[in-house]
Design a protein around this ligand. Structure first.
Ligand SMILES: Nc1ncnc2c1ncn2[C@@H]1O[C@H](COP(=O)(O)OP(=O)(O)OP(=O)(O)O)[C@@H](O)[C@H]1O
Length: 249
């Protein structure tokens, strides 16, 4: 099976010291991968490099078998950026308008949305259980509901790979659990490959099949059982970390 994302010997710097050093990483079709690491360890930078938002210093990134510089099929990748939630109250767009924006990559410049696009929006809203809120301004929703809308926006483009950067900031443990259940459903039932940046060593690791730990270099990579050992967490975070578990499981 060929990887969807293939990162080879990647180095990056914002101008000073290296922020990423000789990182290799592969994401395969059907994976649900958590990218973990302490604050400032390079997770968001790696995601931005993967999405072509930053240029590598050295190394190579292939997406769906094409070297990133020549990759044009961006509609195959959905992205939910960090801090997607916390929408300003003056932001006037309705839920369905925001979700329709996720179709623009498929629509191409100048084309108006048609029945297929409206159906994709309906389906995306149904998956995240937000159909009933479709006419509400996004700014009137809770953080967890906004997060679902931004996922629906990414889903409306019918991506094969969904990349989420720290999607659970500000969610309580109940919202967190239902959010991770939603991701597991996208992965298992809809066959979408997922890469999520996460700080959480508990709830997310029960759903993912692979974990990659990064702190400038790739510290370790494998199944949650292989990776999330006390020794690795000490290597990653520099001190013993209490594994976060959510009591009822
Ligand atoms: N635009 C920028 N210019 C200069 N340095 C930056 C920039 N963005 C990030 N950095 C630095 O690069 C390093 C990696 O940052 P990055 O945001 O990738 O880390 P992260 O692992 O996503 O952190 P967090 O978990 O806190 O979101 C940090 O030292 C950060 O200060």
């Amino acid at each position: 099976m060929n990887p969807i994302v293939e990162i080879k010997d990647l180095c990056f710097s914002y101008g000073g010291e290296l922020v990423l050093e000789r990182v290799d990483l592969e994401v395969f079709p059907g994976d649900f991968l958590a990218l973990m690491g302490p604050n400032g360890s390079g997770k968001t930078t790696l995601v931005k490099l993967m999405l072509g938002l930053l240029r590598p210093l050295t190394g190579q990134i292939n997406l769906f078998g094409t070297v990133l510089e020549r990759f044009r099929e961006w509609y195959r990748i959905g992205y939910v950026p960090q801090k997607a939630t916390g929408v300003d109250v003056r932001f006037p767009a309705s839920v369905e308008e925001v979700v329709m924006a996720g179709r623009f990559g498929r629509l191409g410049p100048g084309r108006r949305p048609g029945p297929l696009d409206r159906r994709a929006v309906d389906e995306a809203l149904a998956v995240v259980e937000m159909s009933a809120c479709r006419r509400r301004p996004v700014s009137s929703l809770s953080g967890g509901q906004q997060q679902r809308v931004f996922i629906a926006r990414a889903l409306a483009g019918q991506p094969e790979l969904l990349v989420l950067d720290e999607p659970v900031v500000g969610l309580d443990s109940r919202a967190l659990d239902s959010f991770y259940n939603l991701l597991a459903l996208l992965n298992k039932q809809m066959g979408i490959t997922l890469l999520t940046v996460s700080h959480d060593t508990g709830a997310v690791t029960r759903r993912v099949n692979r974990v990659a730990c990064i702190n400038r270099t790739l510290i370790c990579h494998g199944t949650p059982a292989e990776v999330l050992t006390t020794a690795n967490l000490v290597r990653l975070y520099g001190a013993p970390v209490r594994r976060v578990t959510h009591g009822h499981r």
